[in-house]
Design a binder for this molecule. Structure first.
Ligand code: NDP
Length: 249
């Protein structure tokens, strides 16, 4: 690990578990002070904070529901008050709700909440952080390979939320570019987390869909985030990077 992010402050939304927790650990290992947010898992979030603090940087966790723009604005304010600045925003919090359109069993309320979390939450965070980011700032969102492809029925709403994140990313790259701030999206393939366990019922078809024939690890997404957050990625903006074992190849 480098110390390329020393002196920077990062916020990782949804940092209590899965991909977000791996990103938080990795940014801390690269020297950043790290704040994480969560919706329900206070204990898990606190454990991630303790682990990060043990590596010698500052860390804190904040409860904030990404579906609520006021809570997200409060989160950004609280992080800036605690750490004095904010340099890197990683939008990782997300939910995955499956339901074919028109199927009476589909929970439309849950689909609408997914839209609020996966799209509304990302937009709210970027709007709230905009006044705080300075030259060299970074916004990195976790989209999905399903933002580009729709390989199975039932994922239309989830796919649409992740396509929206990629579209926001291109637009925001233009908006933030003159300030020297970059905005990018990483589109993971199947990654072994609570959301998508590698031993789950739907795992084999996903593995078979990748070129490498396996699930990815959260740390493999974190490595790409660390690259985009660092100085070597200064000329990359508006990009959508597939980190997916060839799922979208
Ligand atoms: P997990 O379900 O393992 O973790 C989700 C994280 O998001 C948790 O920290 C959770 O907090 C937080 N979260 C969920 N809802 C909210 C909310 N309303 N407000 C604040 N935080 C919330 O998911 P993954 O780690 O697998 O997914 C992370 C991101 O990666 C998501 O955006 C997902 O769509 C994307 N992704 C995942 C893939 C995969 O195969 N795993 C593939 C492609 C994309 P809490 O613990 O409090 O519930």
């Amino acid at each position: 690990m480098s110390r390329a992010l020393q002196g920077k402050v990062a916020l990782v939304t949804g940092g209590s578990r899965g991909i977000g927790a791996a990103i938080a650990r990795r940014l801390a290992a690269d020297g950043a002070d790290v704040a994480i947010s969560y919706a329900a898992s206070a204990d898990l979030a606190q454990a991630v904070v303790r682990e990060i603090e043990a590596s010698g940087v500052r860390a804190a966790s904040f409860k904030a529901d990404q579906a609520d723009a006021a809570q997200v604005a409060g989160l950004i304010k609280a992080v800036v008050e605690r750490f004095g600045r904010l340099d890197i925003l990683v939008n990782s919090a997300g939910v995955s709700v499956i339901g074919p359109v028109g199927d009476p069993a589909t929970d439309v309320t849950a689909l609408d909440r997914q839209l609020a979390v996966n799209v509304g939450g990302v937009a709210a965070a970027v709007r709230a952080i905009a006044p705080h980011l300075k030259k060299g700032g970074r916004i990195i969102s976790i989209g999905s390979g399903l933002g580009t492809r729709a390989p199975w029925p039932g994922f239309a709403d989830y796919s649409a939320t992740k396509a929206a994140v990629a579209a926001f990313t291109r637009g925001w790259a233009r908006d933030f570019g003159p300030k020297g701030i970059t905005v990018n999206t990483i589109q993971p393939g199947p990654i072994d987390t609570d959301m998508n366990p590698a031993d789950g019922a739907f795992a084999e078809i996903q593995k078979a869909g990748t070129a490498l024939g396996r699930f990815g690890k959260p740390e493999e997404i974190a490595a790409a985030v660390a690259f985009l957050a660092g100085p070597d990625a200064a000329y990359i903006t508006g990009a959508t990077l597939d980190v997916d074992g060839g799922f979208n190849a």
